[in-house]
Design a protein around this ligand. Structure first.
Ligand SMILES: [Zn+2]
Length: 253
């Protein structure tokens, strides 16, 4: 087996490209998983918020019901008083006494109407609160459905990726050991400086696959020759031709 220093440029590029592909796959899995737990958490928080709203609405509905009960009792009491006064009117001795009782009756009639108005207003409010309650419950159901789907998705991905991630980590270690040390240092430095973790990129449509700047034909042909390692003059990423990019793939375990 050849030692590292005997490797040709083509072999060096192939090795670092293989490493990039494995690392990109690991990045991809992490990104995919990285968003799902957050999405699950967001939905859980949303449900919690909606449930708090339901609790508050329930309390409001209870207090409205109590209010209506009080006003209904008030109305009944006033109506009972009116009946009592009307009976008293049958036995009055004079007009003055009759008028005095009449005033009492009028007052109680006013009381009845006032209670009726309160009951009517509160009933409207009750209907409104009940509507909000129903809508909120529907919303909870909706979010719960979405949460269920996301949870299943996350569990599935976690189960699937656990094995894949482990296998890829091993492959990454193996691939890394085959990369020329100086090239590996460059690879790691470039990879760290870009959020998408791409340090080795193919030429795609005459452009750098990392920053999309056009690569002149002369430079493209140099890259294809594999005589030396060429980096993009705009972003500093290591460039490979698309043929090499197509040939190198992650080996199945
Ligand atoms: Zn570039």
């Amino acid at each position: 087996m050849a030692t590292v220093k005997d490797f040709s440029v083509e072999e060096k590029l192939t090795a670092v490209l293989a490493l990039q592909k494995i690392d990109s796959k690991i990045d991809e899995i992490r990104t995919m998983k990285g968003e799902l737990p957050m999405e699950v958490k967001d939905l859980e928080d949303e449900i919690e918020g909606l449930q708090t709203r339901i609790t508050n609405i329930d309390a409001e509905i209870n207090s409205i019901n109590t209010f209506i009960e009080q006003k209904t009792n008030g109305k009944k009491e006033a109506q009972a008083l009116i009946k009592k006064y009307e009976k008293q009117q049958d036995n009055v001795k004079n007009n003055r006494e009759f008028e005095a009782i009449n005033k009492e009756i009028e007052m109680q009639e006013l009381e009845v109407r006032l209670n009726e108005k309160h009951i009517k207003d509160a009933t409207f409010e009750l209907r409104d609160r009940t509507n909000v309650q129903i809508k909120t419950q529907e919303k909870i159901k909706e979010v719960e459905e979405a949460l269920k789907v996301k949870r299943v998705e996350l569990e599935k991905i976690s189960a699937e990726t656990e094995i894949e991630e482990k296998a890829l980590a091993e492959k990454s270690d193996e691939a890394r050991s085959k990369v020329d040390p100086r090239l590996l240092t460059a690879y790691q430095r470039i990879r760290k400086s870009y959020r998408n973790g791409l340090a080795v990129v193919p030429i795609h449509r005459d452009s750098c696959g990392g920053c999309f700047n056009v690569i002149p034909p002369q430079r493209q042909s140099e890259i294809r020759q594999h005589k030396k390692i060429i980096v993009c003059e705009h972003c500093g990423r290591i460039l490979v031709d698309s043929d090499m990019n197509d040939k190198v793939s992650i080996k199945k375990a």
